[in-house]
Each structure stands twice: as C-alpha cells, then as structure tokens.
Design a protein around this ligand. Sequence first.
Ligand code: NI
Length: 167
Amino acid sequence: MAKLDILEYPDPRLRLKAHQVTAFDAPLAKLAADMLETMYAAPGIGLAATQVNVAQRLLVLDVSEDHDAPRVFINPELLESRGTEVCQEGCLSFPGMYADVQRKDWVHVRAQDVTGKPFEIETDGLLAVCIQHEMDHLIGKVFVDYLSPLKRTLLLRKLEKQRRHAG
Ligand code: NI
C-alpha cells in the first residue's frame, strides 16, 4: 500500500466530475486500499478519489471510533433521502477548516464494492453526512459551496492565512 497526495482547495482538479468505474480489477482494489491508508494517516473519516486526483466514482470512509470499519463505495447512487440536519464538517482538502453544513438526515444509497458486487445501505447520522460529503466530491462539489458568500470568504481567508504561516 502507498500513501497518496491529497489535492487541496482551490486546486481546479477538485472540480472535475468523476467517471463511472467499469473495471473491477487489481488496480482498482489497490487504489481503494491506498485511499483508505491515506485517509487513516491524514487522519480523516472520508476520502473521495477526486481528492487524490483520480477521476473515478470511488469513495472510502470509516466513521467508527476505533477505525476498524472501512467502507468502499464505487459508483454510489442516492436512491432516497429524508429530513435535514446541520453538522459541522471538515475536509482533507481544507486542512483545519470547519463549517456547519445542512444535509439530508437519512439516505438510501446503492453502490458497488471493489469486486463490483452491488449493495445498498440505509443510514443516518454521521455516516449519512459523510456519504453525502464524499459523493459531492465525485461531482466536483466541495462543502464550502454550501456556505453563504460571507461565510465562505471568511473561511477561505483563514485558509490563506494558515497557508502563509505554514509556508
Ligand atoms: Ni471532503
């Protein structure tokens, strides 16, 4: 396994739309394993292929406390959703940035595993939020897109400042 580089906002590649995965082969399994390793090392609870510069509809996540429940979603599709909830979100492409985002509270999603086998999941809470956040990455959308222009400006200014100090 290998750690991958995570693209950081405002890298334009974060805006690319990912393609449907059609080959469920060894390179795909390796990509999923590398993405999980990268996510755990960051550390984070979710990572979309878009964030590691791979334009394929693949995301990984693990919202468990012990980091022992890795999940891989390939070609995820939202079938149904209900309710709303506001949750504080962060993103590995926005290090150190957090903001409240309104999402659906409950989702029903269909996806495939690394072997191509289809599965469905109905879930709520943090897992539902995380799935929606990562699915957005696959269509080139990031969480700051949900913020008001003022809030977005403040957050991005903070990100800039933080980068200058780091550099
Ligand atoms: Ni993210």
